[in-house]
Design a protein. Structure first.
Length: 79
């Protein structure tokens, strides 16, 4: 009987890492008592959140530059 891999519901990515980076992630995974896969997944999630924050911050700064305080609604007018 041949081994058939179990289908997974989540897509996978193969990544090649430099040894120091692999070792750092391995240390973090051991510290947190999780698998390498879970640690990498969590680190990618955090990185994406940071990227989103940077993009939203840049968007807010652009909007702030065009704010006309003379015509802007005041907090007391809204609430």
């Amino acid at each position: 009987m041949r081994f058939k891999p179990m289908p997974t519901k989540n897509p996978r990515i193969n990544v090649v890492l430099e040894e120091p980076l692999y070792a750092a992630i391995e240390q973090l995974a051991k510290r947190d008592k999780v698998s390498l896969s879970l640690k990498v997944r969590d680190l990618v999630k955090e990185a994406l959140e940071i990227e989103e924050d940077v993009a939203l911050s840049a968007f807010a700064e652009e909007r702030d530059k065009s704010l006309n305080k003379a015509t802007a609604l005041k907090h007391t007018d809204i609430w």
